[in-house]
Write a protein that binds this ligand. Structure first.
Ligand code: AMP
Ligand code: MG
Length: 435
């Protein structure tokens, strides 16, 4: 068994005391193996699930050439054979509506009244929209300018949306609203998806109180479990809330082992730095394969990452990937989005999708030291020209959760970036796309 320690050392820039975010992300990515179990679900239940196999179109969509407009269908020869005549006159021989095809023959002096979505009558390939055609008082003929339509205009081709045999959606795709419609258009009522990832999480700390409990002096309500619950819910994993665990080695060990027994991933918050009540470290060294990192990142410096087992020694019982997140509420969110999110998506079987960054001009100078990545909370707005501007929210302390609620983006200040001047360009990550 390769241990995380052995593996990590091989990653370039590995330094457990100041690990760059990109190096940590690279390690995490390598250890995030997708779940293999697959289940068949009805189409509606596939929303937000991860496709386990490519979907190959069993039919052409649309199945027949059809009209894109309400108008009159005819053969293109009508236009080419009109010679120098500037107008074309055709007699109406029938009608086709969506779902009601016209099955008769049509010659080069004739046309068929067609509605949008109606099958193109045999040999007809061009439609003149009704707005461009003048209908005679007797209703049996139409007339239109020969240059009003190009040959082949206003016709949708069979298979134009999806051709039979073509891959319509790839394995690893997270099914979206348009995909449900697309699958329905193929007549597919059931699909194979990966089983949901199971993620167990708990908070650690003697000072933590659950909702409904009185708050004694020095205590705080446990907010991390609620943020984690919400972030996990958005990723559509099965989230298993294991409550608050006291800063006692025996309680922590029991909680970690039962979490590993029931989940693919275990997330904890608190207790991973170097304080006197931070027992996680000692414990995990005995029955986990866990690296304790000091990330070159702010907030979110202390982070533990590795594997834990339900048995009493590494390798015994069932394994789970483990993230020991910092205790500070903002640090929990930042480390979740920068490190945990991608791992959970990959383990769910989804293809990795980096979070988009956009450029914004900083409304003020920002203090920043080169050598670590910072995720400041910011408020971004767009001006009339479409240019984004951003300002940090007031307090940037990692304990101030209200800074996250006030903000609408992270201001991402790169590892090598130094002080930011007013007006300088910075990267932002809008919450709307992630949170
Ligand atoms: P720790 O990493 O355990 O030293 O915790 C760092 C800070 O985060 C301390 O001020 C804790 O009280 C706070 N904290 C830890 N866990 C939670 C939590 N679940 N909810 C709110 N605050 C927390
Ligand atoms: Mg603590």
């Amino acid at each position: 068994m390769t241990t995380l320690n052995e593996f990590s050392r091989c990653v370039s820039q590995y330094d457990p005391h100041a690990l760059p975010v990109s190096a940590a992300q690279a390690i995490v990515r390598q250890w995030a193996a997708p779940v293999t179990a697959v289940e068949r679900v009805a189409l509606r239940d596939a929303l937000d699930r991860v496709l386990a196999a490519d979907i190959v179109s069993p039919i052409n969509v649309p199945s027949h050439d059809n009209s894109a407009m309400d108008g009159y269908a005819f053969k293109r020869e009508v236009l080419t054979e009109s010679g120098n005549a500037s107008t074309v006159e055709l007699s109406i021989v029938g009608k086709a509506l969506a779902g009601h095809p016209y099955t008769g023959q049509v010659d080069a002096t004739q046309c068929v009244r067609v509605m949008t979505g109606a099958c193109m009558p045999l040999h007809c390939d061009t439609v003149v929209p009704q707005e461009l055609a003048e209908r005679h008082a007797d209703s049996t003929t139409i007339r239109f300018a020969a240059n009003a339509v190009a040959p082949g205009a206003n016709r949708r081709l069979a298979g134009e949306d999806l051709a039979c045999g073509q891959v319509a959606l790839r394995a690893g795709r997270i099914v979206r609203a348009s995909d449900l419609g697309l699958l329905a258009s193929l007549g597919i009522g059931e699909v194979s998806v990966r089983r949901r990832l199971r993620v167990a999480f708990f908070s650690t700390g003697d000072e933590l109180r659950s909702l409904g409990e009185p708050l004694e002096p020095g205590c705080v309500y446990d907010s991390n479990r609620y943020t984690l619950f919400a972030m996990l819910r958005r990723l559509n994993v099965d989230a298993l809330d294991l409550g608050v665990v006291r800063d006692e080695p025996a309680a922590l060990e029991a909680a970690l082992r039962s979490a590993a027994a029931s989940a693919d991933v275990v997330l904890t918050s608190g207790g991973v730095s170097v304080g006197e009540a931070d027992f996680t470290k000692q414990l995990l060294q005995t029955f986990g394969d866990v690296a304790f990192w000091s990330l070159a990142m702010r907030p979110g410096r202390p982070l533990a990452f590795g594997r834990v087992w339900s048995g009493e020694r590494p390798g015994l019982g069932s394994p789970a990937l483990f993230f020991g997140l910092p205790g500070n509420p903002v640090a929990v969110m930042v480390t979740f989005y920068q490190l945990v999110r991608e791992a959970l998506l990959l383990m769910s079987g989804a293809t990795s999708q980096p979070l988009p960054l956009i450029h914004a001009a900083s409304r003020q100078a920002i203090r920043k030291r080169a050598g670590r990545t910072e995720f400041q909370r910011g408020v971004a707005t767009q001006d009339a020209q479409g240019q984004w501007h951003v300002a940090p929210t007031g307090s940037q302390s990692s304990g101030v959760l209200s800074s996250m609620s006030e903000a609408n983006c992270f201001i991402v200040l790169g590892h090598d970036q130094g002080e930011i001047d007013e007006g300088e360009r910075v990267d932002i990550m809008l919450f709307d796309s992630i949170i």
